[in-house]
Each structure stands twice: as C-alpha cells, then as structure tokens.
Design a protein around this ligand. Structure first.
Ligand code: BGC
Length: 443
C-alpha cells in the first residue's frame, strides 16, 4: 500500500532542499519618512497619481510587524535595500543610528529564521549625490564604493548576499529616456548608456570592496528582463531585437565583457577589468510586450510596444498598461542570464493585482516554469516574489498593488491575500502539488 503522502510526493513538483523562497522589497517603497532624490521628485509633482509616499509600510518604525507576517506565511528569505540617504545623509558623514536600525532589522529577520539579501542601491540615493549629477559624476564609483564598504563593515556579520544595483537598465531608461523617474530627462539614450556604464564601474569597485571586507560574500546585481515579442517576422522581429539589445543586453554585456556590443558600443561604455565580476545573477522578470514596426513610433525606435487585448494582464498604471503577465518570461530571462555561468536567483516576479485575480495563477505558473528549468539543469537557487506587503510603487504611487499582503496605507492595516496563503502552502510543500498545477493550468 502506498501512503497518501508518498502519492503526493510522487506527483508533485519538488524543489531542491535549501531553495530560497523569498520576497523582495526596497527601502523607499516600505520605510517611510524618506529624504532622498525621490522625496524631492515627489515634492515637485513627479508622482503621476498625485499621491504621497508618507509612512509607506512604516518599516523605519516597525518593519518587524511585516517580518512577523513573513514568518507566518513561511518565507525563508527576504530581500530589502538599505537607504544610502539615511546612512550617509551628508557627503562623508555616516549616521551610526541608521546603521544600528538596519542591524536591528537584520537581527529581527534572523531571529525569525529568514535569510536577508541586501540591495545597496534600489533607485534612491542622497540628495547631495543627485545634486552632483549622480552616476554621471566622475567620482561616482569612489563614492559608491565608500558607501558599500561602510555598509558591509557595519552589517556584514548579519548578511552574506549583496545586490549592488537594482535594475540599472530601468533606472537609466526611466531617468534619462522616458523621464518618469528623477532626474526626469527625456530621450537621452546615449546618456542613459553612459549612466549604465558608470553603474557597472560602481558595481566593480563595490564587488571588490565587499570581498575584501567579507571574503565569503555572494555579490551580484538585479537585472530587469522584459520579453519583446515581435508580432510577425521581418521588420517586427528586427525592431523587437533592437529593443531587447538596448534594454536587456546593455548592462548584461557590461558585466560579461566590460563593453557594449554593436550598436551600443557607438557610445564608449568600456569598463576595464570587470569581465564576470559577480557571484550570481539576480533576475527580475515580470512582463512580455508585443512589438510591431511602426513609422509613427519614432520615440520607441520605430517599434510600437503594446499589450494586445485578451492576454492575462495585471491592473493598469495611471496612464499605461503594466504589461502582459507572462510566466514563460522566466525561461527566456534565465536562458540568457545563464550565459554568465553563475547561479541565478529570481529576485523579483509579481503582478499589480489588488483583487488577487491573477496572482495565484502567476505564482503557480512561474514556479512550474522554474521547476522545469531546474530539472533541465539550470542553476536557479531562489525565487523572491515582489512583494510582501503592498508598497509605494514609484511614479504610480499607491495605484499598483503587488503585495501578498494587502495594506491600507491610511490605517496601516494588513490583510493576507489568498495568494499569500497559497505561497505559504507552496513553501511548506517545497514545491507544487499536482492539485495546484491542475487548478491553475488554464489561462
Ligand atoms: C522594481 C520595483 C518595483 C517593481 C514593480 C521593479 O522593476 O525593482 O521597485 O516596485 O518592479 O513595478
């Protein structure tokens, strides 16, 4: 006779022991009370919904409330970022009280059995750094290295996994091409590429400094990957390839080989000595966009980027769709990232979905996709869902809700969504049961 638990075992998609089942967060989006270039941007009217970040999820006072929820759900790892503007509020002057608060948070995570992953830069930095032109300042690599060294010296005994940068491609594109992020410049593609190569230089110095302070550290970055899907072959395919080359490939190539490939190398982006300076590749993957050649879309390199009707889609932003929710994007992104020959962590994957219409489906299918990849030999070591509790979504304000836990920012009241309970069940099973796969296979 076969015991029921053995049947379940035989028919479920099991993950390797020690797999990181996590959530990702970012300081500005959860801490509240920020004083950085984003709070200045908000004061200048940069939030499209007109909303205020305010207390956010109130982590600076009480992150522990959400850490308790993370433990209740069963999460075993949590990615957070440290806010440079708190740690170095004036240039060269470090705030030990801020570092102490981060120590408390890391202790609190460890007490709950949760492994921390720390991002050093997740879109925000001090106003003094912004006033110096941020990464376009020739001293940016040294300034960033000094900050990184200070953080690892102060927190290294409590954290082993470091993400130097969150999504240099999103930071550069939104800040210098679409103008949706500070500094709000538009159409400056060459400058955006220079920003990315400066961030690669910062990454390299930080990578070396972190290893000097903490030889056993694991250091990587988080690469945002969008699938650009051509509607037909021919010109559509060519344009989609070019968009992917610029958005997805730029920073990957800098880390891989210290320079851009054609046509991006028309901008001198050389970073000497970087070749392969990372211990893992973090992949942030959400969406697929469809691309058609279109003479009227000059601003998007003559490719109309759109979401066709009828595909699974999260809630729309203030003035545009968020993108097609496409679990298959994980495969495409992982196949590309694997070429760097390093372990991979999915450091973000999620959907804006206040009513939890699609999030359970997305989670199950994303995990199914990862399971197939791991079975084929891809070295994926963790999955970090974006995000734990609804938080302040940059220029979209509170409009987009990504949490496993719903938040009312006015009362700070929290309610675990069904997707949060489902994720907890997946973690307890260390994978998917056959019933889960069946229930969410159709869409
Ligand atoms: C960013 C997060 C953001 C998420 C959802 C990612 O690109 O790293 O900060 O909240 O996407 O849009």
């Amino acid at each position: 006779m076969t015991a029921p638990s053995e049947i379940r075992e035989a028919t479920s998609l099991q993950f390797p022991a020690g797999f990181f089942w996590g959530v990702s967060t970012a300081a500005h989006q959860v801490e509240g009370g920020a004083d950085n270039q984003w709070s200045a941007w908000e004061a200048r009217g940069g939030i499209k919904s007109g909303e205020r970040c305010g207390l956010a999820c109130d982590w600076w006072n009480n992150a522990e409330r959400d850490f308790d929820l993370a433990r209740e759900i069963g999460i075993n790892s949590l990615r957070l970022s440290v806010e440079w503007s708190r740690i170095e509020p004036q240039e060269s002057s470090f705030d030990s009280a801020a570092l102490l608060r981060y120590r408390q948070m890391l202790d609190a995570l460890r007490q709950r059995g949760i492994e921390p992953f720390i991002s050093l830069h997740h879109f925000t930095h001090p106003r003094w750094f912004e006033q110096k032109d941020a990464f376009l300042n020739p001293n940016a690599p040294q300034l960033f290295e000094r900050f990184a060294r200070k953080v690892v010296e102060s927190l290294g005994d409590l954290c082993r996994y470091w993400v130097t940068f969150n999504e240099p491609n999103v930071y550069a594109t939104n800040g210098y091409v679409t103008g949706e992020f500070p500094p709000g410049r538009k159409g400056q593609v060459a400058t955006a590429l220079r920003v990315m190569s400066a961030q690669a230089r910062c990454h390299l110095l930080a990578y070396r400094a972190i290893h000097e302070v903490q030889p056993q550290a694991e250091v990587g970055w988080a690469q945002h990957y969008i699938v650009f899907h051509p509607v037909h072959g021919g010109l559509d395919r060519w344009i989609a390839g070019l968009q992917s080359q610029i958005f997805n490939e730029g920073f990957l190539q800098l880390i891989e080989q210290g320079r851009f490939n054609f046509p991006l190398n028309l901008v001198d982006g050389k970073v000497n000595g970087i070749g392969g300076a990372c211990d893992f590749v973090g992949v942030n993957v959400y969406n697929r966009f469809h691309v058609a050649f279109d003479l009227k879309s000059a601003g998007q390199l003559f490719g109309r980027v759109f979401v066709p009707p009828g595909v699974p889609q999260g809630d729309p932003g203030v003035d545009k769709p968020y993108g097609e929710a496409f679990p298959g994007a994980i495969r495409i992104a992982v196949e590309r990232a694997t070429r760097l020959g390093k372990p991979i962590y999915i450091l973000e994957n999620g959907i804006p979905d206040a009513q939890d219409r699609l999030r359970p489906w997305l989670i199950v299918n994303a995990i199914k996709e990862m399971h197939a990849l791991i079975s084929e030999g891809y070295d994926i070591r963790g999955y970090f869902h974006w995000t734990l509790t609804d938080n302040f979504e940059w220029a979209e304000g509170w409009r987009l809700r990504f949490g496993l836990v719903a938040l009312d920012p006015n009362t700070q009241e929290r309610t675990v969504r069904q997707s949060g309970r489902l994720y907890g069940e997946i973690i307890r099973q260390n994978g998917l049961t056959r019933e889960m796969v069946e229930e969410y296979s159709a869409k």
